[in-house]
Design a protein around this ligand. Structure first.
Ligand SMILES: Nc1ncnc2c1ncn2[C@@H]1O[C@H](COP(=O)(O)OP(=O)(O)OP(=O)(O)O)[C@@H](O)[C@H]1O
Length: 395
């Protein structure tokens, strides 16, 4: 929702602002580049102006640009705003116009702040609130409604940000993902199965600035017909958040290995399969310059994810294995998947559970697992990874 004549979007970031001057400037520049790329990817016109602690996008499509900013990692919130002279009269007029255009009943409040030198304006922010409040009051009466003020929890809130040169009037602070600008960290491999959890985990690392290199392990006959399509669909959804980063999917064909594990191993086979996946992911990480692997696992969610079993899975890895879902409940992960847009892709029925044994081990020991799994498992993982297929994904 934006005031009439809105032609700028105020874009706020968070943690970037607490960095040292040098790092902050670098990160703000990166954020501006990422936002420009997001606008290009969506075919939106807008000129991104970088000022200290803020980005301003000048545009004739304030709604589209606000949505794009709200999907850009590092952005805390974005507001489509009208720009007016920094005078009480001009601000009052803009508040009246916004009220006439959007007021739909209920209580209201004006929330104002002033930025810049103390002597920049001959009035305080409380003056903007009281005079602006009178203007809104009058506009509501002119609509034939009865105005009421509720400063704590109004149904209609108007914001004013008054700077030395100009003032901004806006009606919302649309929440962004927050986090850090993508590309401000080294990349990690994301083991993406296409299930609900792993795209959320990958998204969380992206949100902290890490580009991800998606790796999907094709389970062959044990995967189900739509397993690969489901995984690639989640990669496409994630790629839309990363217009500056290539997100091509690396597909490792593990069909014969999975078949051998299913036929030759008993209760421990899921753990050997996980270890195979981590070893393959590490081989890709080495080729692609990645510094970690992210998975969707959460403690206790499945038998292969008990605290004990995660320990034996991890023992194969030399890179850190990041599990940002580790302490989340399934309902929390599912809610996030809905928010970021991967839930629909992940719930395509892919019929992919057949590899699990009837009674999987939940308290595996590393020595028992090593004794049971094929000796050449990790050699095969590296070999399969070196033969991987790279599937182009449009962002
Ligand atoms: N076929 C696969 N390709 C790539 N990674 C996979 C695959 N299967 C599992 N993983 C990785 O191992 C983790 C645990 O596997 P699990 O069997 O719980 O996956 P899932 O339930 O099929 O999918 P998800 O965990 O994404 O909901 C996944 O979160 C993912 O990171």
């Amino acid at each position: 929702m934006h005031p009439p004549d809105a032609d700028v979007v105020l874009v706020r970031h968070g943690e970037v602002g607490v960095k040292s001057e040098q790092v902050r400037r670098k990160m703000e520049t990166r954020l501006a580049e990422n936002l420009r790329a997001m606008l290009d990817a969506r075919g939106l016109d807008g000129t991104v102006e970088q000022r200290r602690n803020r980005l301003f996008v000048h545009t004739d499509d304030p709604e589209g640009v606000t949505d794009a900013a709200a999907d850009t990692f590092g952005v805390v919130s974005a507001s489509p705003a009208a720009v007016v002279d920094p005078t009480l009269d001009a601000i009052g007029d803009a508040l009246s116009a916004a009220t006439e255009a959007h007021y739909d009943g209920g209580s209201f409040a004006v929330d104002a702040r002033r930025a810049g030198p103390a002597d920049a304006h001959p009035f305080a922010s409380t003056d903007i609130e009281s005079e602006g409040g009178s203007a809104v009051w009058g506009a509501i009466e002119s609509l034939g409604r009865e105005p009421t003020v509720d400063l704590e929890d109004p149904e209609f809130r108007l914001f004013v940000e008054c700077r030395a040169e100009e003032a901004y009037v806006f009606l919302e602070k649309r929440a962004g993902p927050a986090g850090m600008p993508l590309g401000t960290q080294r990349p990690v491999v994301a083991l993406l199965s296409g299930g609900i959890d792993s795209p959320v985990a990958a998204w969380k690392l992206m949100r902290r600035g890490c580009p991800v290199v998606p790796v999907y392990v094709d389970l062959g006959d044990y995967g189900g017909p739509d397993h690969r399509a489901r995984a690639l669909a989640t990669v496409e959804t994630l790629a839309a958040y990363a217009p500056t980063e290539p997100m091509d999917a690396h597909v490792v064909d593990a069909g014969p290995v999975v078949a051998a594990l299913a036929e030759e191993m008993g209760d421990l086979r899921m753990l050997s399969l996980r270890r195979f996946m981590l070893a393959a992911a590490e081989a890709v990480a080495e080729d692609e310059g990645c510094v970690g692997v992210v998975t969707g696992e959460a403690v206790g969610q499945k038998s292969s994810q008990t605290a004990a079993n995660l320990a034996v899975t991890d023992a194969v890895a030399t890179l850190p294995v990041h599990r940002p879902n580790l302490a989340l409940d399934k309902t929390e992960i599912t809610e996030l998947a809905r928010d970021i847009g991967t839930f629909e892709d992940s719930t395509i029925d892919a019929g992919c559970n057949r590899v699990a044994p009837e009674l999987p081990e939940t308290d595996a020991s590393l020595s028992a697992l090593r004794a049971a799994e094929p000796e050449d498992l990790f050699e095969r993982a590296r070999d399969r990874a070196s033969e991987r297929e790279v599937v182009a994904i449009e962002s």
